[in-house]
Design a protein around this ligand. Structure first.
Ligand code: SF4
Length: 489
C-alpha cells in the first residue's frame, strides 16, 4: 500500500497553494491494499458481482469508466446490491441531532461559502455557552442523541472557551454525543493556540487529546470539499490542504475516534477529481485499519471513517455561484475544463458545472462501490430534497441522515428543507425499508416495525410539515442565521 503523504509543519498544512500543480500529479491513482483486478472490464458481470461481495476492488480507472459509461439505473442497481450486502435488506437508518454553528466569524475565504463573516460585521455572531446549552437541552427533550457542532475559524475564542464548553455539555448532558470541530477548525486551533509538539502531528495529538478529555466524541468531515490541489486552492482560500485534512482525521483515528468523510462536488472539478477524492479516503481508511485496528498506546480500539456523505455545491449567495455555468457562452466548446487535465486552459476555474439529481445519484452510487472499507453512505436530502433523498436509498445509501431540529446548513446558499421524524420514516418506508433511529456509531436505538412507529401514528399527513420549505431568496435566508456544512456528517 502506498504511504499517504502527511505535512509536518503548520505552514505546510496551511499552504493551500502548495502541493502538486498538474492533474497528473494530483491523480496518482494509488493502488490500495485490497484485491484489485485492473484488467477486468466493468461490463464483466462476474467482476461486478465480486465488487458487490467485497471480493474485488475497483481501480480508479474502472471507477471512472463506470461513471462515464454505465447507465444510471444499472449503476444504481449495483450500488444498491453492494449496500444490501453490507446492511441487509430490511432496515435503513436516520439520526436525531441538531446542527449547531457556534460562530460565523472565519479567517478563511472559501468561495463556495455564504456563511462566513469577518470580525466586526453587523451580522457576525458567536453563541454564548448558555445559549448553546439551551439548544442542546431542547435537543435532549426531543429525544435527540447528538449534536453536530461546527463553526467558522474564529481567532477571538481562546482554547478554554472550547474546553469549558465541552465540559459543560458533558456535565449536563452526558448522554449527548458531541460530533464536533472539523479538520480545518483543528488546523486553526493549532495555529491559534500553538500547542506543545515538535511537528504538526504531535501538536494535533495534544490538541485533540485535550478536546477528547473535555468531552469531544467524534470528528465530522466538514471541509473535505474536493481534495485535488488545483481545485481546492481555487475554492478554499486560506483553508487547510488535502493532506492536512486527512492527517487530522488520521490523528483522530489513532486516538480511537470515529470520523466521517465528505465531498462537495458539482463546481469546477472534473469527474476524475471526484474519483481521486474517494480513492484518497479509501487509502487512508486502509491505513487506519492496518495501523490502528488493534488499538494504540492512546486508545484501546482503533478509530476510522464510519461514514461518507457527498452533496452538490449549492451556489446561492456565494462568490463561486456567480461564476458562469459551462456551456452557456459561445466560447464554451469541447470538454469541460475540469475534465481535460489542462490546468492552463483559460477557462479552468472560470466555469461551473453544477450537478443535478442524476449527477448526484451517479456520484453517490460510485462512492458506495469505491468505498468498500467505509461502513455507511449517507444520503443528502438536505441539499437534494426529500424525493431524491428517498431515491438515494436505492442508489447505495443506507442512511437518510438527520431529523434536524435546527437546519442552518445550506440555508445560507438558498436551499432549505426541513423534515420531521414521521416524514423521514415515511420516506424510508416508502423506499421499501423499515426505518430505524440510530446513534452516531450506527447502533440501532429504535426499529420502527410496529404500529407505534412515528409515521404509522400519523392519521392526517396534511398536518405534517412535509419538508418542502424552499427559500429561493438566498439573501433573505442568509440574514437569518446562516450556516456551513451541508448534511448530517
Ligand atoms: S466554508 Fe468554513 S472555513 Fe470556509 S469560509 Fe466558510 S466558514 Fe470559513
Amino acid at each position: 500500500m502506498a504511504t499517504p503523504i502527511a505535512p509536518t509543519t503548520l505552514s505546510e498544512a496551511k499552504s493551500a497553494n502548495g502541493g502538486p500543480t498538474t492533474l497528473s500529479e494530483v491523480r496518482p491513482w494509488r493502488t490500495s491494499g485490497g484485491p484489485t483486478a485492473p484488467a477486468a472490464a466493468i461490463t464483466d458481470t462476474g467482476f461486478m458481482q465480486a465488487i458487490i461481495h467485497g471480493e474485488a476492488r475497483l481501480s480508479p480507472h474502472q471507477a471512472l469508466d463506470l461513471y462515464h459509461t454505465m447507465p444510471l439505473i444499472e449503476l444504481g442497481r449495483w450500488a444498491d446490491l453492494r449496500c444490501r450486502c453490507l446492511h441487509g435488506e430490511t432496515v435503513r437508518t436516520y439520526v436525531i441531532d441538531r446542527n449547531i454553528n457556534y460562530t460565523n466569524i472565519c479567517t478563511a475565504h472559501c468561495t463556495f461559502c455564504a456563511f462566513r463573516r469577518s470580525t466586526g460585521a453587523d451580522d457576525a455572531y458567536t453563541l454564548g455557552h448558555d445559549e448553546l446549552l439551551d439548544k442542546i437541552g431542547e435537543l435532549a427533550a426531543a429525544g435527540g442523541t447528538q449534536i453536530l457542532m461546527q463553526g467558522g475559524m474564529n481567532p477571538e475564542l481562546p482554547l478554554n472557551w472550547y474546553l469549558d464548553l465541552l465540559r459543560l455539555i458533558k456535565a449536563r448532558f452526558p448522554h449527548i454525543h458531541v460530533h464536533g470541530f472539523s479538520p480545518p477548525e483543528f488546523i486553526e486551533f493549532v495555529s491559534f493556540f500553538d500547542p506543545p509538539g515538535d511537528c504538526l502531528r504531535s501538536k494535533l495529538l495534544w490538541m485533540m487529546t485535550k478536546m477528547r478529555e473535555a468531552g469531544l466524541d467524534s470528528i465530522p468531515g466538514g471541509g473535505g470539499e474536493i481534495f485535488a490541489h488545483p481545485v481546492r486552492r481555487r475554492i478554499g482560500y486560506e483553508k487547510c490542504n488535502a493532506e492536512t485534512w486527512l492527517t487530522v482525521m488520521n490523528v483522530a483515528h489513532e486516538l480511537g475516534m470515529f470520523t466521517s468523510a465528505t465531498m462537495m462536488f458539482g463546481h469546477i472539478e472534473g469527474i476524475a477529481d471526484r474519483i481521486h477524492h474517494m480513492m484518497l479516503v479509501r487509502d487512508w481508511q486502509d491505513k487506519a485499519i492496518a495501523d490502528f485496528a488493534r488499538g494504540t498506546d492512546h486508545a484501546p480500539f482503533g478509530g476510522r471513517y464510519k461514514a461518507f456523505v457527498s452533496w452538490p455545491f449549492q451556489p446561492g449567495g456565494t462568490p463561486l455561484g456567480r461564476v458562469p455555468e459551462w456551456g452557456r457562452d459561445a466560447n464554451d466548446y469541447g470538454d469541460f475544463p475540469g475534465d481535460t487535465g489542462d490546468l492552463a486552459h483559460p477557462l479552468f476555474g472560470k466555469r461551473l458545472r453544477t450537478a443535478g439529481s442524476t449527477e448526484y445519484l451517479r456520484t453517490q452510487a460510485i462512492s458506495r462501490l469505491i468505498l468498500d472499507n467505509v461502513y455507511s453512505i449517507g444520503a443528502s436530502w438536505v441539499t437534494m430534497g426529500p424525493g431524491i433523498g428517498q431515491t438515494a436509498l436505492l442508489f447505495g445509501a443506507n442512511d437518510l441522515g438527520s431529523v434536524m431540529m435546527e437546519e442552518n446548513v445550506v440555508s445560507a446558499a438558498g436551499t432549505t428543507y426541513c423534515m420531521s421524524e414521521p416524514v423521514l420514516c415515511r420516506l424510508i418506508r416508502g423506499a421499501g425499508f423499515t426505518p430505524a433511529q440510530r446513534d452516531n456509531e450506527y447502533n440501532l436505538l429504535a426499529v420502527h416495525d410496529g404500529p407505534n412507529s412515528p409515521d404509522l401514528r400519523v392519521t392526517n399527513w396534511s398536518t405534517q410539515r412535509t419538508a418542502m420549505v424552499q427559500h429561493l431568496d438566498a439573501e433573505a435566508s442568509a440574514t437569518t442565521e446562516p450556516s456551513i456544512g451541508a448534511t448530517s456528517e
